[in-house]
Design a protein around this ligand. Structure first.
Ligand SMILES: Cc1cc2nc3c(=O)[nH]c(=O)nc-3n(C[C@H](O)[C@H](O)[C@H](O)COP(=O)(O)O)c2cc1C
Length: 189
C-alpha cells in the first residue's frame, strides 16, 4: 500500500478489537523514531513517550484502579477492576506527553500541536506496519494523580495513550464530515 492509500484508508481500531501480537522491539523502535520526527518549531522536542508493554501494563492499570477507587470511596463498591484492565486491552500502549510551555519565541500552542503530530505519526507508523491502533485520552489522561504518577510537571499534559496491536477484524469505514463543507479556496477579498 502506498503512503497516500494508507492515509486515505486509515481507521482507528478500538482497543476491544485489538489482540496479540503487538509490534516487535524493532518495530516499536521504528514507530518511536517516526513519532520523534514530527515538525518541531525551534527544535524544542516538546514531547515525551512512555511505553507500556508486558507486565508494566498491569502494574500501571493497578495504579489507575487505586486512583479511581480513591475518587469514589463513598460508593463502597470495588470500582477498580475495570480500570486495572485498561492497558491490557492492547499488547502495546504508548503515552505521549506534551511538555509544551512558555517560550520566548515559540508559542506554546505550536508545541502542543507538535505533540499531536507525534500521536498521529504513531498511528500512521503502526498502521503502515500492519497494526491497528487507537488514540485515547479517557479519564486517566486528565487526572492529576496520573500525571504525578508519570512524573509530569505542572504544565505538562498527556496528549493521549496510543493502543497498538493486531486488529481482530478490519474496522468498518466511518462517516466523515464532507470535506467540501470544511474547505474554501481563497479567491481574494
Ligand atoms: C486527542 C484525542 C483523544 C481521543 N480520546 C478518545 C477517547 O477517550 N475515547 C474514544 O472513544 N475516542 C477518542 N478519540 C477518538 C479516536 O481516537 C478515533 O479518532 C475515533 O474513534 C474515530 O476513529 P478514526 O480515527 O478511524 O476516525 C480521541 C481522539 C483524539 C484526537
Amino acid at each position: 500500500m502506498t503512503c497516500i492509500d494508507l492515509l486515505l484508508a486509515r481507521r482507528s481500531v478500538a482497543p476491544k478489537d485489538l489482540c496479540e501480537p503487538g509490534p516487535s522491539a524493532e518495530q516499536l523502535e521504528q514507530i518511536l523514531r517516526c513519532a520523534h520526527r514530527v515538525p518541531d518549531h525551534g527544535k524544542l522536542g516538546p514531547w515525551r513517550f512512555v511505553v507500556f508493554e508486558g507486565e508494566a501494563r498491569a502494574d500501571f492499570g493497578n495504579r489507575l484502579g487505586e486512583i479511581y477507587q480513591g475518587d469514589f470511596p463513598e460508593l463502597g463498591v470495588d470500582l477498580s477492576s475495570v480500570q486495572q484492565q485498561l492497558l491490557l486491552r492492547a499488547p502495546l500502549v504508548i503515552a505521549v506527553i506534551s511538555t509544551a510551555g512558555p517560550h520566548v519565541k515559540i508559542p506554546e500552542w505550536e508545541q502542543v500541536l507538535s505533540a499531536g503530530a507525534a500521536c498521529q505519526n504513531i498511528l500512521v507508523a503502526a498502521s503502515s506496519l500492519g497494526f491497528g491502533a487507537c488514540w485515547l485520552t479517557e479519564w486517566y489522561s486528565y487526572h492529576p494523580k496520573v500525571k504525578a504518577l508519570l512524573g509530569l510537571e505542572e504544565h505538562h499534559a498527556i496528549a493521549g495513550f496510543i493502543y497498538i496491536g493486531t486488529a481482530k477484524q478490519k474496522p468498518d469505514d466511518r462517516v466523515r464530515p464532507p470535506l467540501a463543507e470544511r474547505l474554501v479556496y481563497w479567491s481574494g477579498t
